[in-house]
Design a protein around this ligand. Structure first.
Ligand code: FES
Length: 109
């Protein structure tokens, strides 16, 4: 297996995350939600909702949308875009790469 490039962190094996679900992972000092979209691949965002304190990895993933478990705000996991009230602020996204059956995440901003 070739070494991941600068900033990439291995967070899970592909097989650990069933399609249509999300898990909480750590990338350096950040809490990240890693999503496995049904037939859509892997995406990552900050795990903490931009509304109040809730973990998006505990929410419901439907297609490319994650619904916050606390007040049902929704975000597009591809872009982090806030989709409906009460969330107004987008959530930050991270890059995801699959290599040799492992999931790597890199958060640059
Ligand atoms: S904490 Fe996420 S919608 Fe309120």
């Amino acid at each position: 297996m070739s070494a991941p490039q600068e900033g990439w962190v291995r967070v899970a094996a592909v097989g650990e995350i069933p399609e249509g679900s999300a898990i909480a992972v750590r990338v350096k000092d950040r809490e990240i939600a890693l999503y496995h979209v049904e037939e859509g691949g892997f995406y990552a965002t900050e795990n903490v909702c931009t509304h109040e304190y809730a973990q998006l990895s505990e929410g419901w993933l439907e297609g490319y949308e994650i619904e916050c478990p606390l007040h049902a705000g929704r975000f597009d996991v591809r872009t982090g875009k806030a989709l409906c009230p009460p969330v107004e602020e987008n959530v930050r996204t991270c890059e995801v790469r699959i290599r040799d059956g492992d999931v790597f995440v890199r958060c640059v901003s």
